[in-house]
Design a protein around this ligand. Structure first.
Ligand code: GTP
Ligand code: MG
Length: 195
């Protein structure tokens, strides 16, 4: 897909700020620092549309991006960041619940995991929770540039097994550094949005 227009619509910290309207949307989920904002920038070919950081916990609001006046990408704050207070974690949980349980425009969720590691307990809970809510999930195993090709294939098998990925959910090997997996990710996202 050629991205002609990509704009931040709103950074929503509360459910009443979620933008109304007819656009179908895909949300990004994954643990803090896994590379969600980088994924958005790579896939949209925008250097710094979504803010990225070495420091985990950068994205703290649901950031809605409108693409080509046709659909939304939603950058969601990451989970599993230890330095967050219980109060903040609870607020995050409530916001996520409201979003994923009530958002009718939502057509699918890109769940990012780090290809170098076994999925964390949080990753497994997130995948199960999304499936419980009957979401289509596109698993993106990112940071592929950080390990050898042989290891990539091994790790993909571990991820599929540990998350117990449903046969209908695709798993895409990806790198924001090299652009590996960009076309496949687009095909899966377009399919979720318009298929
Ligand atoms: P939060 O907003 O905190 O939840 O983080 P995030 O998931 O949005 O992560 P972000 O995109 O900010 O990336 C975190 C760090 O990982 C940054 O330093 C990125 O440059 C780096 N990074 C992300 N994707 C890749 C990748 O595919 N390869 C490599 N080598 N580094 C990556
Ligand atoms: Mg982010």
């Amino acid at each position: 897909m050629k991205v002609i227009e990509a704009d931040l619509v709103i950074s929503a910290g509360r459910a009443d700020q979620f933008p109304p309207g007819p656009f179908p949307e895909v949300a990004l989920s994954g643990r803090s620092n896994v590379g969600k904002s980088s994924f958005i920038n790579t896939i949209l070919a925008r250097k710094a549309l979504a803010r990225t950081s070495q420091r985990p916990g950068k994205t703290q609001t649901l950031n809605f991006y409108k693409i080509n006046d046709r659909f939304h990408f939603v950058d969601v704050p990451g989970y599993g960041y230890a330095k967050v207070s219980k109060k903040e974690r609870d607020a995050w949980g409530r916001l996520m619940e409201t979003y994923f349980e009530t958002r009718e425009q939502l057509r699918g969720v890109v769940l990012l995991v780090d290809v170098r590691h076994k999925p964390t307990e949080d990753d497994r809970m997130m995948y199960d929770w999304l499936k419980h809510h009957e979401q289509k999930v596109i698993v993106v195993a990112t940071k592929a540039d950080k390990i050898s090709k042989g290891k990539q294939q091994k790790q993909l098998a571990v991820i599929k097994r540990d998350l117990d990925v449903s046969p209908e959910d695709p798993v895409v090997l990806f790198s924001s550094e090299t652009g590996l997996g960009k076309d496949k990710a687009w095909r899966e996202i377009s399919d979720a949005l318009f298929g």
